[in-house]
Design a protein around this ligand. Structure first.
Ligand SMILES: NC(=O)c1ccc[n+]([C@@H]2O[C@H](COP(=O)([O-])OP(=O)(O)OC[C@H]3O[C@@H](n4cnc5c(N)ncnc54)[C@H](OP(=O)(O)O)[C@@H]3O)[C@@H](O)[C@H]2O)c1
Length: 241
């Protein structure tokens, strides 16, 4: 089950998981874009379930979990990837902006973990992969609210990893640095911003969405069974510098 699978990093993760042998339940709000992801995953020969879902609604995420189990027969891997970013100085943010980003980014992850948790615990195995951000650890003006939601995901992942370790359910996070997706295309189209942002990255380039798939496959596989509660930074060295 992958949220935010309609484009960008979530789409790349969904296709990589299908290529690695998983049936995939694709969730986001846009049905047409989810169908496009299902089309891209089709050559892998696995089943793809298109499941329009707003992750900020617990009822919708719970229905997604139940539908995935009913129609695909199992649920082993939960990727909580949906996210939104509004960029502005904190003094220009409204309470509605705060609530909007919190509801999708952090409550969305809570909803995925909470709805899938009882099932994963009962079957005594599971992999949860939350998508945080380098900005949950590194400060950047304009991203105080977004960074707070992503820092929350890192803390939630750490504690849930500890809480569910005894159930053989591993909970880890990927913290991407800058990647070229719809979320960032506008900023990177401005040469000055592109230059300013890549200056912070020791690799001197931004990531390609296809670079996240292998890490998600690793965290979804038995190879990572002894890893839990961790956040792995995939950021060209940004957070290490
Ligand atoms: N790109 C980067 O540089 C970068 C860096 C660090 C972290 N991230 C994180 O990586 C994740 C994916 O981002 P991206 O770059 O791929 O961005 P994106 O291209 O804008 O994709 C965001 C995804 O989230 C979904 N989404 C948004 N609101 C939703 C809602 N209420 N319910 C369900 N799904 C919702 C969108 O689908 P619909 O609009 O169809 O609902 C879309 O599939 C996010 O959590 C983001 O914060 C990205």
């Amino acid at each position: 089950m992958i949220t935010g699978a309609s484009r960008g990093l979530g789409r790349a993760i969904a296709v990589a998981l299908a290529e690695a042998g998983a049936d995939v339940a694709l969730a986001a709000r846009s049905k047409a874009a989810l169908e496009e992801t299902a089309h891209l995953a089709a050559p892998a020969g696995r089943r793809a379930l298109v499941a329009p879902t707003d992750v900020s609604s617990y009822a919708e995420v719970d229905a997604l979990v139940q539908r995935t189990i009913r129609e695909l027969g199992r649920l082993d891997i939960v990727v909580n990837n949906s996210g939104v970013a509004k960029v502005a100085p904190l003094v220009e943010m409204t309470s509605d902006d705060w609530r909007f980003m919190l509801d999708v980014n952090l409550t969305g992850v809570f909803n995925g973990c909470r709805a899938a948790g009882p099932h994963l615990i009962a079957q005594k195995s599971g992999k949860v992969i939350n998508v945080a951000s380098v900005l949950g650890q590194v400060g950047l003006p304009g991203y105080a609210v977004y960074g707070a939601t992503k820092g929350g995901i890192i803390a939630l992942t750490r504690t849930l990893g500890v809480e569910w370790a005894r159930h053989n359910v591993q909970v880890n996070a990927i913290a991407p640095g800058w990647f070229a997706t719809d979320m960032t295309n506008e900023a990177f189209a401005v040469p000055a911003i592109h230059q300013r942002l890549t200056r912070d990255i020791p690799a001197r380039r931004i990531g390609r969405p296809d670079e996240i798939g292998p890490l998600a496959v690793y965290l979804a596989s038995a190879s990572s069974d002894f890893m839990t509660g961790q956040t792995l930074f995939l950021d060209g060295g940004h957070s290490a510098a």
